[in-house]
Design a protein around this ligand. Structure first.
Ligand code: IVH
Length: 670
C-alpha cells in the first residue's frame, strides 16, 4: 500500500476511534493502539505536506460534543499537548524551546515544572464572585458540553472559592476516577451484568456525562486543577499551582521543579516505576516551562503550546500492519508462526517480529495478512500479536491458511488429537536438526560457546553433522577446512566440545531436547536417578513419580529413551566418553571422594558394580587418568592394571571391593 493510501486509511480509522472514544465513551481500541496509529499518521503526514488536511484527526483536538448536552464555546480554544516518547524527544523539545526563545538561550532553558499526566478528562470551570457558574467538558477544544449540574455533584469540585480569589476565574483541570473507585464500579457492573469500563478515563468520562447528576455523584470522581485560563496571569507555572491551591481548588501535590531538561529526564526515569503506587491512573508526565511569560511568547501550534509537552511512558501495546507470516520449524518439528510487521515502537524498542503463538490463535482472531494487528510486549517477554484492529479492508483479504506441510522439507505436518501444534512428520527434517544443535549448545544445555547459528549452518552446509552426536566426532582438520571459520575458532570449538562431555547430568538431559524437559525437570531427574542409564531404564511410572514431572513429560521421556533416535544417541554418548557429573550433593559413604575405574572380569555385572560404587559415594570413570584414585581389579586385568601401577594409583581386588561396599568400612584400601 502506498503512503497516500495509508494516510487515508489511518485518517478514516482514527476518525472512527475518536468518535467511539470521546463521544460515545465506548472505545474500540486501547489508548496505546490509538496513540501508535496517531503517531504513524503524524509521521506520514510530515513526510507528505502535499496531503495536508485541516480535518485530519491529527489536526483535531479530541472528539466533539454529544448532542444531548448544551454546547459551550471555549475561548480561547482548549489545546492539547504534543507527545515525547523517549528522552531524546524531550531533549529536542528543550532545544526547540531554546531556539524559538532566542539564540541567547541555546544550550537549555528552564526551569520546568513536571506534573503527573492524569488519565481523566479535561474540564473547564468558570467561577464568578467565588461561585461555580459553569463547568464544561473539552469536546473538540472549541465546543464542549455543559456538565455544570454533574460537576456540582462531585464532592472534590469546590462550589465556592476561598476569600481572595479573583472575581472571575476560569480554570482548567482533570476530572478522574481513582483506581479504587474504578475497580469498585466495575465490580458492581459485573454483578449487574452490565458492560465493564475499559479504563479509569473511560469510566470517568461516562460518569461525568450523565443525564442524571445523582449517578455522577455516586461514582467517586475527583479533580485536580493545573491551569489558570482567565482571571489572573501569574508569571510562573509553579506560582499558578500555588494560587489555585490558595483559592481552595484541588491541586496535585505530586510535582517537581526541575532546573533543566536533564533533571526532567531523571524524573521521568525515577517516576515510571513509582506511578503504579498512586491512587489514580497516570499515563505520562506533563513538562511545562515554568516561565509563563516566555511560554505565552512562544505561543502554540494549531494543536498544542510550544512550551509544554507530554512525556508518555512507553506503551506496552501498539498497532501495526501484518506484512507476512513466517512459519518456522522447531527442534521438535513444531511449526510456529511468527508475524512480520511494519516496524513499530513498543515499550522503548522497535518491534518488527512478534509471536503469533499457534494456528488456533490465527484462526480464532481471524488474523489476515495485511491486517492492522495489536502487538503487546509485557515485561521481558517477546512481543506477541493479540488480535486485530477492526479496520476496513479486512473482509476483502483472504483468511490465512496455516501450512499443512513442513515449510523446510515439504513432509506432511501433522496435528495430533488434543495438541495445539502441528509438527513436521519427517524425523530427519534438516530444520529439526539445526534447531536441536542450537538448543544443545545453548546455556541451559551443554553451553558450547561458539556453536551459534553461523557455525551450525557452516557445519550443516559442509555435511559434517547429520546427527547431534556427530558434533563430538569432529576433528581439527575437518573444522579447519571449513570456509569462514578460522583456525582459532576451530580450536576453541573443539575445546568447548571436549569440555561439554563432562557437563552435569541435568544439562545433558536438557540437551537431549525431549519435549517438555527443561532445566527444572532435568534437575529433578538428575537428582532422582543419578545417571543417564538409570533415567533411560526408568519406567513411565517411575518417571512420573519425580516431583515436577507430569504424566505427559514422563511419556515423552520414556518414548524418547526407547525410540530409535534416543537409543542411537545413548549408545553414541557412551562410546564418545560422555561422563556427565551427577548432581552436586553431599557425598558420603565408604568411597566418598574416590574416582574409581573398574578393569578385568568382575564377579558381578559391570553396571551393577559401577552403581554400587556410586551408591558408596564414588565417581566412576571408564579410563584411567591422573584423576583416578582407585582401580578395582577383576580377573584377567590387562593394560589398565599396568597403567594404574605405573601411575601409582591404589588398587583393590574385586573381592575387597565387595567387602568394602558391603560393610561400609574403608578397610582393604592399600
Ligand atoms: S496541561 C494545553 N497538565 O493531558 C494543554 N494536561 O494530552 C494543557 N492532562 O488535554 C494541558 N494531566 O486532559 C496538563 N497536569 C496536567 C495534565 C494534563 C492530565 C491531560 C489533559 C490534556 C491532555 C493532553
Amino acid at each position: 500500500m502506498d503512503e497516500a493510501a495509508r494516510i487515508a486509511e489511518l485518517r478514516q480509522s482514527l476518525g472512527r476511534f475518536i468518535q467511539a472514544y470521546f463521544v460515545d465513551d465506548q472505545p474500540e481500541v486501547s489508548d496505546a493502539v490509538y496513540d501508535s496509529l496517531m503517531r504513524e499518521l503524524t509521521e506520514l503526514e510530515s513526510r507528505h505536506p502535499e496531503l495536508y488536511d485541516r480535518d485530519s484527526p491529527s489536526q483535531r483536538v479530541g472528539g466533539g460534543a454529544r448532542a444531548d448536552f448544551r454546547a459551550v464555546q471555549h475561548e480561547p480554544p482548549l489545546l492539547s499537548l504534543a507527545n515525547a516518547m523517549d528522552p531524546d524527544e524531550l531533549l529536542s523539545f528543550d532545544r526547540r524551546v531554546a531556539q524559538t526563545a532566542g539564540a541567547g538561550l541555546a544550550g537549555g532553558v528552564g526551569p520546568y515544572v513536571v506534573e503527573p499526566k492524569i488519565d481523566g478528562l479535561t474540564v473547564v470551570l468558570h467561577y464568578a464572585d467565588g461561585r461555580l457558574r459553569l463547568g464544561a467538558t473539552r469536546g473538540d477544544g472549541q465546543t464542549g458540553e455543559d456538565v455544570t449540574p454533574n460537576l456540582l455533584a462531585i464532592e472534590a469540585v469546590p462550589k465556592e472559592l476561598a476569600p481572595g480569589a479573583p472575581a472571575r476565574l476560569e480554570v482548567r483541570g482533570e476530572v478522574f476516577l481513582p483506581v479504587a473507585s474504578f475497580e469498585a464500579l466495575n465490580r458492581q457492573r459485573e454483578a449487574e451484568e452490565r458492560p465493564l469500563f475499559q479504563n479509569p478515563r473511560n469510566a470517568a468520562a461516562g460518569s461525568l456525562r450523565q443525564q442524571d447528576p445523582r449517578v455522577t455523584a455516586s461514582r467517586g470522581l475527583s479533580l485536580f486543577c493545573y491551569e489558570i485560563r482567565g482571571g489572573a496571569t501569574p508569571g510562573r507555572q509553579s506560582e499558578a499551582l500555588e494560587l489555585l491551591a490558595g483559592w481552595g481548588l484541588p491541586v496535585n501535590p505530586v510535582r517537581w521543579l526541575c532546573a533543566g531538561i536533564e533533571d526532567v529526564v531523571a524524573v521521568t526515569e525515577a517516576f515510571a516505576p513509582e506511578r503504579e503506587r498512586l491512587a489514580y491512573a497516570v499515563d505520562g508526565l506533563v513538562v511545562k516551562l515554568d516561565d509563563l511569560v516566555l511560554s505565552r511568547q512562544l505561543g502554540s501550534t494549531q494543536k498544542a503550546p510550544r512550551a509544554q509537552i507530554a512525556f508518555k511512558f512507553p506503551a506496552d501495546e501498539a498497532a501495526t500492519t501484518l506484512l507476512g507470516i513466517e512459519v518456522q520449524v522447531g527442534r521438535t518439528g513444531a511449526l510456529t508462526p511468527t508475524a512480520v510487521l511494519t516496524p513499530v515502537r513498543l515499550a522503548g524498542t522497535t518491534v518488527q517480529r512478534a509471536s503469533l503463538h499457534n494456528e488456533d490463535l490465527i484462526r480464532q482472531k481471524d488474523i489476515r495478512i495485511g491486517d492492522l494487528v495489536r502487538v503487546r510486549k509485557a515485561g521481558e517477554i517477546i512481543p506477541e500479536v493479540i488480535g486485530i484492529v477492526p479496520a476496513d479492508g479486512h473482509d476483502a483479504r483472504p483468511p490465512y491458511a496455516f501450512p499443512t506441510v513442513c515449510p523446510v522439507c515439504g513432509a506432511e505436518a501433522v496435528r495430533e488429537e488434543g495438541e495445539a501444534v502441528r509438527r513436521c512428520s519427517n524425523p530427519s527434517c534438516p530444520a529439526k536438526l539445526r534447531e536441536w544443535l542450537l538448543h544443545l549448545g545453548s546455556r541451559a544445555a551443554l553451553d558450547i560457546d561458539g556453536l551459534g547459528p553461523r557455525t551450525v549452518d557452516l557445519l550443516l552446509e559442509a555435511g559434517l553433522v547429520h546427527e547431534p552426536e556427530d558434533l563430538f566426532r569432529l576433528n581439527a582438520s575437518e573444522l579447519e577446512n571449513l570456509p569462514r571459520l578460522g583456525m582459532k575458532s576451530a580450536a576453541k570449538l573443539l575445546a568447548e566440545l571436549a569440555a561439554a562431555r563432562t557437563r552435569p547430568l541435568d544439562r545433558l538431559l536438557v540437551a537431549l531436547g525431549i519435549p517438555h524437559v527443561g532445566e527444572r525437570s532435568a534437575q529433578a531427574l538428575a537428582e532422582r536417578f543419578g545417571d543417564l542409564d538409570a533415567v533411560a531404564a526408568a519406567s513411565t511410572d517411575q518417571l512420573a513419580e519425580v516431583a515436577g514431572i507430569g504424566a505427559t513429560t514422563a511419556q515423552e521421556i520414556a518414548r524418547f529413551m526407547s525410540g530409535p533416535v534416543g537409543q542411537r544417541l545413548l549408545g553414541s554418548l557412551q562410546e564418545l566418553g560422555f561422563q556427565p557429573e551427577g548432581p552436586a550433593r553431599e557425598v558420603t559413604g565408604p568411597l566418598a571422594g574416590e574416582i574409581v575405574v573398574f578393569t578385568g572380569r568382575l564377579t558381578r555385572p559391570r553396571g551393577e558394580a559401577q552403581a554400587l560404587a556410586r551408591s558408596c559415594g564414588a565417581a566412576v570413570e571408564t579410563d584411567i587418568t591422573r584423576r583416578t584414585t582407585l582401580v578395582v581389579v577383576g580377573e584377567e586385568a590387562g593394560q589398565k592394571l599396568d597403567k594404574a601401577l605405573s601411575l601409582g594409583i591404589r588398587t583393590m581386588t574385586d573381592e575387597e571391593f565387595g567387602a568394602l561396599t558391603n560393610t561400609g568400612e574403608r578397610k582393604g584400601l592399600t
